[in-house]
Design a protein around this ligand. Structure first.
Ligand code: URP
Ligand code: ZN
Ligand code: ZN
Length: 475
């Protein structure tokens, strides 16, 4: 069992910041003590000097899509390339979504995704389950999946005819979750109204990428959040709303939280850093790079500032990425992706790459630019995600007995995001040209260094499946 000492760093958790050394024994944190109060270096296998650096728990991205089919194509990152890119960005655990497509047995979908990930991941991984069909089989399977460590289920109020569930199906799944203690995750958009708006826009010849946002106005998100909350309250179930981008939708969630309901929300860096005017509505087809759902909204409407404040106030609890990259230009292996919608925005595959950039973006936009504290940064990117989805305290903090998923983070590093320096399997970064201060110097996964000063030194298959428990956030 290798013993590693991380010495002279500043340890930062969701609640505390202190100067301390960390002793790692094998895969776990064995001790945390003040410098000079121990003699761990004698007999240690490795000593990492963290002077002037933050020592933080590894990032946890609870919303990624690797190898996900979308329309006629697939998300461009495999579990291998996506989790390696995650490691580069300081994320040491991801939760991806296994999919039950309509007509398929839910357990078959779960097995398919387990096989895709098995032996391929650079970091630890778990699964939520997308329930494409709510029926007697899938409701029963929700119970069985708990035993497999899948304790959260995503439903879609969007995408009619594909993954869409109607209110009755949603309510039945929520009743099941109220009974078995699992979490319902909701893609909250009124998909039926959106489909009408899209059809009408295309009929008017409004086919450019910018109409993706125009045909998904804030009320299509806020109405769905209101309805999801009402159904969850009726069923007595907890609710987690994914990828929130409209201030009106967050306000609905806040109202429900103020009433004491177990409802939670996440947002993603694309909604905090990008906007409709400069990105989605960029000239030509460029805007396709930023087509995702919920959509990136106009800066002029004030969503971005509202979301940052919601994160600071705990009106939103988690920052994930909803990583789902598609090549902008045709790729030799992946073929035509974003350009499928060159003549019609409704054919642009929905999603953005981002699993690599989250931790640094949130440090820059949050901590460096003064919107959130250092501890809140750790909380939003690691601790609450771990608690929300039943992985704490093995994951999400630095404490005796926790997994040694640790980042030595250099707050003095400076760099700019560009397409040719990222590690994801994609031909662009949504954050091109954004200047960042701060970067992971060392990334450890269960005591093993997997990224050392920008070099990946881990191995495919280092990542292990995490059997999750129930949410630890319920009041
Ligand atoms: O546009 C998005 N969000 N694509 C990924 C699938 C989803 O709805 O999360
Ligand atoms: Zn979604
Ligand atoms: Zn998603």
């Amino acid at each position: 069992m290798a013993r590693t000492v991380i010495k002279a760093g500043t340890v930062v958790t969701a609640t505390e910041t202190w100067d301390a050394d960390v002793l790692i024994d094998g895969e776990k944190v064995a001790a945390i003590e003040a410098a000079g109060s121990h003699s761990w270096e004698t007999g240690a296998d490795a000593v990492i000097d963290a002077e002037g650096k933050y020592v933080i728990p590894g990032g946890i991205d609870v919303h990624t899509h690797f190898e996900l089919p979308f329309g006629s194509t697939f998300v461009s990152d495999s579990f291998e390339t996506g989790t390696r890119a995650a490691a580069h960005g300081g994320t040491t655990s991801i939760i991806d979504f296994a999919v039950q497509v309509k007509g398929e047995r839910i357990m078959d979908g779960y097995e398919t995704w387990m096989n895709k990930a098995d032996g391929n991941c650079a970091v630890d991984y778990g699964f939520h389950m997308i329930a494409g069909d709510v029926n007697d089989d899938s409701l029963k399977a929700m119970d069985a999946l708990v035993g497999e460590g899948v304790t959260s289920f995503k439903l879609f109020m969007a995408y009619p005819g594909v993954l869409y569930s109607d209110d009755g199906e949603i309510f039945r799944a929520m009743q099941q979750s109220a009974e078995n203690g699992t979490m319902i995750m909701m893609h909250a958009e009124n998909g039926l109204a959106i489909d009408v708006l899209r059809e009408q826009a295309v009929a008017r010849g409004e086919t450019a990428p910018k109409y993706h946002t125009v045909t998904r106005p804030p009320s299509t998100e806020s109405e769905a959040v209101f309805r999801a909350v009402a159904l969850a309250e009726l069923a007595g179930a907890p609710l987690y709303v994914v990828h929130m981008s409209a201030k009106e939708a967050v306000a609905e969630l806040t109202r429900a939280r103020e009433r004491g309901l177990n409802v939670f929300g996440e947002t993603c860096p694309q909604y905090l850093f990008l906007n409709w005017e400069d990105h989605v509505a960029a000239p030509g087809f460029e805007g396709a790079k930023y087509v995702c759902s919920t959509p990136i909204r106009p800066l002029a409407e004030g969503h971005q500032e509202y979301l940052w404040n919601a994160l600071a106030r705990d009106d939103l609890q988690v920052v994930s990425t909803d990583h789902a990259g598609f090549f902008y230009d045709d790729d030799e292996t992946m073929g035509r992706q974003k350009r499928l919608g060159e003549d019609n925005f409704t054919l642009i595959p929905n999603g953005l790459p981002g699993v690599e950039e989250r931790l640094n973006l949130m440090y820059q936009g949050g901590v460096v630019e003064g919107r959130i504290s250092l501890n809140r940064w750790v909380d939003l990117c690691a601790t609450t995600p771990a608690k929300m989805f039943g992985m704490f305290p093995a994951k999400g903090t630095i404490a005796v007995g926790s997994d040694a998923d640790i980042i030595v983070y250099d707050p003095g590093a400076a760099f700019t995001y560009t397409a040719d320096t990222i590690h994801m399997n994609i031909d662009y970064t949504a954050y091109e040209g954004i200047e960042i201060r701060g970067k992971p110097e060392i990334v450890m996964s269960r005591g093993k260094v997997i990224v050392d000063n920008d070099s990946y030194v881990g191995r495919k298959g280092d990542g292990r499946y995490v059997k999750r428990g129930m949410s630890q956030m319920l009041r």
